[in-house]
Ligand binder design. Structure first.
Ligand code: F0G
Length: 492
């Protein structure tokens, strides 16, 4: 056990490198209000109104707090249709920090995924990658390709302690090349960090080796750079030889092994909207600009306002500051460690953008086809107003050939931490609620679909509890007055 002096030292190493200038009040809700809201939302946290949420850990996407410099940048928006000054600032920031030659701005990450997939994937192609991401795989399949998972086996085991669980398995990569031939592989899709695997990083050694294999076979690599800054921080802190390199240098080196990237600026880049495609190849850049003008907006704004591009340019600079990344990942670890100490099963090691609770281990009494992570996320909201996200069977969707539900090995509830938004006390309240739920886990019920959309079903699906009217039946909701008192003691 660390003594008080030691704890103080640890805290000082990652306390927030900012102070709060503006606050947004949060609404407190009672248990019975939340039970009603959950029913109205069809037991899907995506369908809740955010004003009914106390601590919103649905996503780290577009939820960051911008700095005073970024807000000042917003006032410098040059809202010209073409050739805005802010485009040039963003272009420079992407070149300086990511190192690619051409920038094609897009409204967000999936806009870039759409353009890239349509340009380079042909029907019948195969796209190997280190675990799927929902929108990325959708666009790959929509263009006629098929995603093949080549992440290391440890990534699918929530308890494996590998420091770089996002790594690509080089043997699996070689096998896919042997089986399909390099001409059927338009590119390898490299995620840094791996969102669906718990925000786990990829090592520089692995990136270098994957790049070597791809070069040997004339296959391109495109990076999903959405959280590449966080990945760079893990390389700095975990990979020998990088401890004295800056996050910015590591980011630059990461990108140097790849041919381009798709980017959701809504994460690392510390903005509420925006994204880009960045590539080195002149031909791809030209074709991408043509697609950009059709689907996104002129190639010098791509769906963003001038002010959005300015905020992103400044956000990119701020994102690589080591104090920022250390505090950001330190806060995620702080929550994760509280849960681990209480014995709650979580994905290990703790990832970059959130703590991923292992819903399969949390709810062993709920059958796999009753969407354990969806049920646990719903129960957490009812318990304390904390909104999390399912990352398991609902997100995995149905198999393209059989139409059966895919049952992924990882059935996770993601507690995603927005950047620079919540305090340690918010983390404490979240941990208390989850630990409380862990103690009464047998009272959480499974769910079944009442509505299942065709595409990316997790966003809009609706459910109902199996064999009960409540997803969490712990006796608190029996009388309204009692329930309000109970909620008040927990939340306020
Ligand atoms: N790639 C990764 C790794 C992502 O996490 C996301 C979005 C995207 C691409 C798509 O970007 O949303 O800007 O279109 N992830 C969000 C999340 C939605 O909550 O994890 P987008």
């Amino acid at each position: 056990m660390a003594g008080p002096c030691e704890l103080k030292r640890q805290r000082r190493s990652w306390a927030e490198p900012y102070k709060i200038k503006v606050v947004e009040p949060l609404k407190m809700t009672s248990r019975s209000q939340r039970e009603r809201a959950m029913v109205e939302a069809g037991f899907n946290t995506f369908l809740l109104n955010s004003e009914d949420v106390y601590i919103d850990l649905l996503t780290d996407s577009g939820t960051s707090a911008m700095s005073d410099r970024q807000w000042a940048g917003m006032m410098m928006g040059d809202e010209a249709y073409a050739g805005s000054r802010n485009f040039h600032c963003l272009d420079k920031a992407v070149k300086d920090f990511y190192g690619y030659r051409h920038l094609i701005p897009t409204h967000q990450g999936r806009g870039a995924e759409h353009i890239l997939s349509q340009l380079v994937i042909k029907p019948g192609d195969v796209v190997p990658g280190n675990m799927y991401f929902t929108t990325t795989r959708f666009h790959q399949e929509h263009a006629g390709g098929r995603f093949v998972d080549i992440i290391i086996d440890e990534a699918h085991d929530p308890t494996a302690a590998h420091p770089f669980k996002g790594n690509i398995d080089l043997e699996k990569l070689r096998r896919v090349i042997d089986e399909h031939g390099a001409e059927k592989i338009p590119y390898v899709c490299l995620h840094t960090t791996v969102n669906m695997g718990g925000g786990q990083p990829v090592s520089m050694a692995n990136i270098r080796e994957v790049s070597g294999i791809c070069r040997e076979h004339g296959i391109r690599i495109f990076l999903d750079a959405t959280r590449a800054v966080e990945n760079a921080y893990f390389i700095k802190t975990r990979e020998p030889g990088y401890e004295n390199r800056s996050v910015a240098e590591i980011l630059h080196e990461t990108c140097s092994y790849t041919d381009g990237c798709t980017m959701s600026g809504k994460k690392d880049c510390l903005v509420n909207i925006g994204g880009f495609l960045a590539v080195n190849d002149d031909g791809i850049a030209d074709a991408a600009r043509n697609m950009c003008v059709v689907y996104e907006g002129l190639h010098t704004y791509g769906g963003m306002a001038g002010r959005d591009m300015q905020a992103m340019a400044i956000g990119i600079e701020e994102s690589v500051e080591s104090d920022h990344v250390r505090a950001r990942i330190g806060q995620v670890e702080y929550l994760g460690e509280q849960l681990m100490e209480a014995g709650v099963p979580v994905m290990r090691p703790i990832g970059g953008h959130g703590v991923f609770v292992d819903a399969a281990a949390f709810l062993p009494h709920v059958p796999a086809d009753q969407f354990r992570a969806q049920a646990l996320a719903a129960a957490l909201y009812v318990d304390s107003g904390v909104r999390a996200m399912e990352r398991g069977a609902v997100s995995a969707g149905r198999d393209l050939d059989t139409g059966e539900n895919r049952i992924p090995k990882l059935e996770l509830v993601r507690l995603t931490i927005p950047r620079r938004v919540y305090t340690q006390a918010h983390m404490d309240v979240t941990a208390e609620s989850i630990i409380d739920l862990w103690q009464k886990r047998s009272q959480v019920r499974g769910l079944k679909f009442t509505y299942e959309p065709d595409q990316l079903r997790f966003f809009r699906a609706r459910f109902e509890p199996v064999g009960a009217d409540k997803v969490l039946d712990d006796g608190c909701g029996c009388a309204a007055s009692q329930s309000e008192a109970c909620a008040a003691s927990r939340v306020s």
